[in-house]
Design a protein. Sequence first.
Length: 310
Amino acid sequence: MSDKPPGTQHNTTHDSGIQYITSGGDINVYPPGGPAEAAGGRREKGRRAKRPVLLATAAAVAAAATAITLALLPSSPDRTSAVGDSTRAAAGAPAHSAPPAAPASPSASAAGRASSAPDAGRGRPDSGAAPSTVPGPGQALKEDAAPGSRPDDTPPAAVRRESPSDPYPDGTVCAVGDRWTPVPGMTGVDFQPCTYAKSFSGSALFGVTVRNTSNRQAAVAVWVEYWMTSQRYDCSSPFPQDHVVIAPGATWSSQLRNCIRSGLKGEAHRVQASAGVSEEGGNPRYSRLTPSRGVDVYADGRAVPVAYPS
């Protein structure tokens, strides 16, 4: 039975093809399989022709959707990068992946958890972390500058209360020639013994004056005694005075009433003071003792300072 369409004529063509001439005069060429195989080939070619068109259409739709998304989204760098990567992926281009982040250290993770905790910054101690020993800016400088923190720091000298001084009345005689005797072992500190006898008073008073010419406080101990008619006598208490504090550039005088000799009427006497000064803590009684000028008290009660050769 022949497979050619009714009313047609066929002839063998090139490559074993078959020509079919219809009754209307049309010439159809089919493959060796006949019209059925030709119909199948056309359908396969149609599908192959439609596939590139569908791919191109899908890519165009994806690009349009990406453009609309970029226009609507805010200009965030992270989002723009993410959208760009998605666009490249949709368009078939390889997306650039970000380099992997370095793993966080345990200490950094602990610090992050501590800062994000609800009680962070409220003064609660962190029992799991040791306190930081790293000084803050300027802390080390402030600690080094604190007084007494370095071996070469010398504490300032303590300022002591100065001893009260008693001014001497006119007519008081002191050292011969107004000479000052240096205090042994002290710089800028010297002294003079002094005697005061008022006519017709029947008494004589004795004391010592200490001068501090240095630029610091001076602390001394003083001793006062007196002579009458070639006889030495001790003054009554408070001599010796062991703690006398004198200001820089000042002169201190002991109180004359602390050493008095009375009953000088009816007889003639020569009286004069003798004094010694040492550094505080020393023994002024056995230090450098110096006499003052003498005063002659006559039997009629007159008191006349002794004239010494100049």
